[in-house]
Ligand binder design. Structure first.
Ligand code: FAD
Ligand code: NAG
Ligand code: NAG
Ligand code: NAG
Ligand code: NAG
Ligand code: NAG
Length: 616
């Protein structure tokens, strides 16, 4: 008879669980069992005891990963022992005593990480960049549609404000503009601004609450919103301007920190300011619907000053002919070329853990694999030691990293959670010819409260007739671009337990993480037709297309209460005693690409001495 001491009971149970898993076809040294343990159906009593799962918690998503995303943060730490157990045992690589550190590990190959690497490319220090997927760019992501050579289909960032020099100073996306200039990338107008742009868009459609109007009607009494008397006849831009003037003490300065009551703008939600200074909720909904972006909950310090400017529809943006992703990709090429011995780029490496080891940080990476545009974990891990770590990541990526300082509840509540994310949907459809021009729409966008959201006429940045004459090719594309709460309308992935069954059925549809299925194409077409007051059968079928659903979070906003001027600086080096930095647009002063670059400049200004290539 075998005696089991009480203290051994847990380890005996653990052994049984591991044996069960191993017999299920998994060798003990690989990481997959972790995921398996985490499946709800396997979340037996035994597993619960290992994971110290909190009583009463219901895991409705089916697996731990979902639990982690959905659950309140404290639970994550309750699960910690489980995750640690599952990944720790697989770590068979570099023995930790032999850890020879690299100088700098840059985590994330988005524009923030790429810009960090590029700015430091002349450094004598060894710099390695690690990217989760097989793609540089992150939320800057360009795809090429067959037959369309004049520009790329931008699934993420699509435009920037070119820097404008005036007597008072330089405005716009200065860092982005400078980088583009020094990399000599070919720019183009984001849309056709030729002639009188404002009059070219005057007839563009605003299809709000089922009613068709024109851009020029936005300041008429025709709008289908029950506005207050003093709001009737004002365009969304004028409505925002009205609240701006009512709420800040000095509307002419453009630099108001307080509202008229003397309360910090950053402490207030935009819709609360809106109400306090006489705006109706209907007007709030109107400006949001007409902009195509839901911003009522945002920090007023961001939103109030925006109203000092003019109409968004009349801004002249720029884009890059070879795609916005040629910006981070060219940076990375130059980084690698400048010092192939010292500077390295590792694709398909996902940082999962940071642990202090003497003066260095030991980084554990899960290796990933990308197939058909979908990146998933492999069974392999690897570790790297670094003297300094630069996390060029957004909130949701940071929150997944197992690192002790990130577990401080105040840090979670007042730093990581100082921003919230919104999802986004992007779909490009390519047609044999720009049928919309026949209806009088040559540039700008149509806006709808249907789930298509905005429909942008993505021409060549100049009158298409200029180019048509060259070779008769009139192929053109439309962009459907839709934010919260309508973006998830287009998500079919939840329909199946194996989520990715949609297949392209039209000719030449591009394979993507989210394929355009026949059902999605038909529905998108019904809506595009409705917005343009056509019957669906009057609309030519696109010969190509591609879509991307930025599930969960993709565009971040500062929450009310977050002092973004302070937090954006603190996040650059969040903990005194760790040489770990956070850059990227997420916690910066701007959620545009410019913000990501700005955070890197802030990092280098404050912590890096370029003259003698040392850290401060
Ligand atoms: C739909 C959409 C439209 C937009 N339009 C514009 C626009 O027109 N103009 C504009 O200026 N901005 C726009 N933006 C915002 C802009 O794209 C972002 O601000 C910018 O690209 C963010 O760069 P980043 O480097 O901070 O983060 P990201 O681009 O998110 O980069 C993070 C990178 O880290 C990787 N990663 C994540 N986790 C890990 C890990 N654990 N280990 C290793 N790597 C990891 C990711 O794969 C990614 O490549 C848009 C964003 C979206 C989503
Ligand atoms: C807009 O519509 C009006 C009235 O139908 C028409 O006269 C005008 O030419 C149109 N403008 C453009 C740019 O198409
Ligand atoms: C709307 O604005 C345009 C100019 O921007 C102006 O010509 C027109 O009269 C305005 N309409 C109303 C109803 O105020
Ligand atoms: C994991 O590593 C082993 C040994 O290095 C290798 O043989 C195997 O192909 C790797 N698996 C994956 C999915 O990369
Ligand atoms: C997309 O379609 C391709 C080709 O049919 C297929 O191999 C792939 O699995 C599909 N992906 C998704 C996410 O549906
Ligand atoms: C070089 O770095 C040291 C600290 O490492 C600093 O004291 C010194 O001033 C720097 N020299 C220059 C020229 O910046």
């Amino acid at each position: 008879m075998i005696m089991i001491h009480r203290g051994n009971i847990l380890s005996a149970i653990l052994a049984i669980v591991l044996a069960v898993l191993a017999s299920d076809g998994f060798a003990g040294h690989i990481c997959k069992p972790c995921k398996r343990i985490c499946r709800r159906e396997r979340l037996s009593e035994k597993c619960k005891s290992i994971c110290k799962l909190q009583q009463g918690f219901v895991c409705d998503g089916g697996c731990w990963k979902k639990c982690l995303n959905d659950a309140s943060m404290p639970l994550k730490f309750a699960l910690e022992p489980c995750l640690r157990k599952c990944t720790k045992s697989t770590d068979t690589s570099t023995p930790t005593s032999k850890c020879i550190p690299i100088d700098i590990a840059v985590i994330g190959g988005g524009i923030g990480g790429a810009y960090t690497a590029w700015k430091l490319k002349e450094s004598k220090q060894s710099i390695h960049l690690f990217e989760y997927s097989n793609r540089i760019g992150g939320r800057v992501y360009s795809r090429k549609l067959p037959g369309i050579d004049y520009r790329m289909a931008e699934m993420g960032a699509m435009r920037y404000f070119p820097a404008v020099k005036t007597k008072e100073g330089t405005y716009g996306h200065v860092l982005v503009s400078n980088a583009i200039e020094s990399l000599k990338l070919e720019t183009m107008d984001f849309q056709d601004y030729s002639g009188d742009f404002k009059s070219n868009i005057q007839n563009n459609t605003f299809h709000l609450r089922g009613k068709h109007m024109k851009y020029n009607d936005l300041n008429s009494s025709k709008v289908p919103y029950n506005l207050y008397q003093d709001e009737v006849g004002k365009s969304p831009t004028q409505l925002r301007r009205k609240i701006y003037e009512a709420s800040v003490p000095n509307p002419d300065s453009g630099d108001n920190k307080l509202d008229k009551d003397g309360i910090d703008l950053f402490k207030q939600r935009y819709d609360r300011i809106w109400r306090k200074y006489g705006g109706s909720m209907e007007a709030m909904e109107y400006i949001s619907d007409a902009s195509g972006f839901e911003f009522s909950e945002e920090n007023a310090a961001i939103n109030v000053p925006v109203a000092a400017g003019g109409s968004w529809d009349e801004i002249r943006f720029k884009s890059l002919k070879n795609g916005m992703s040629s910006l981070p990709m060219t940076m990375i090429e130059q980084f690698k070329e400048s010092n192939p011995e010292r500077h390295k780029v590792h694709m398909n490496h996902k940082l999962i853990r940071i642990e202090r080891q003497g003066q260095n940080e030991l980084l554990t990476f899960q290796k990933t694999t990308t197939n058909n545009y979908i990146t998933s974990d492999t069974e392999n891990q690897t570790t790297v030691c670094a003297k300094r770590v630069i996390l060029a990541l957004h909130k949701d990526a940071l929150m997944e990293i197992d690192w002790q300082p990130f577990k401080n509840q105040d840090f979670i509540d007042y730093r990581l959670n100082a921003v919230f994310g919104q999802e986004f949907f992007e779909m490009y459809l390519g047609y044999e010819e720009p049928w919309w021009e026949g209806l009088g729409f040559t540039t700008g966008r149509a806006v709808s409260t249907l789930p298509v959201g905005q429909i942008l006429y993505m021409g060549q940045g100049k009158p298409s007739s200029d180019i048509v004459l060259q070779d008769g090719n009139r192929k053109s594309m439309l962009l459907v671009n839709s934010g919260y709460p309508r973006a998830s309308f287009w998500d079919d992935s939840f329909l199946n337990s194996q989520p990715h069954l949609a297949t392209p059925q039209a000719t030449d549809m591009l394979v993507s993480e989210y394929n355009i299925s026949e059902a999605i194409l038909v529905e998108a077409h019904n809506q595009i037709a409705e917005v343009h007051q056509l019957r669906p059968e009057e609309l030519a079928r696109p010969y190509t297309g591609v879509m991307h659903y930025w599930k969960g979070a993709s565009i971040y906003s500062w929450k009310a209460g977050a002092n973004l001027e302070i937090i954006s600086k603190q996040m650059i080096k969040p903990f005194e005693d760790a040489n770990v930095h956070i850059v990227g647009s997420c916690y910066s002063n701007s959620q545009w690409m410019e913000g990501a670059l700005d955070s890197v400049e802030e990092l280098l200004d404050r912590y890096y001495n370029q003259q003698n290539d040392t850290w401060i």
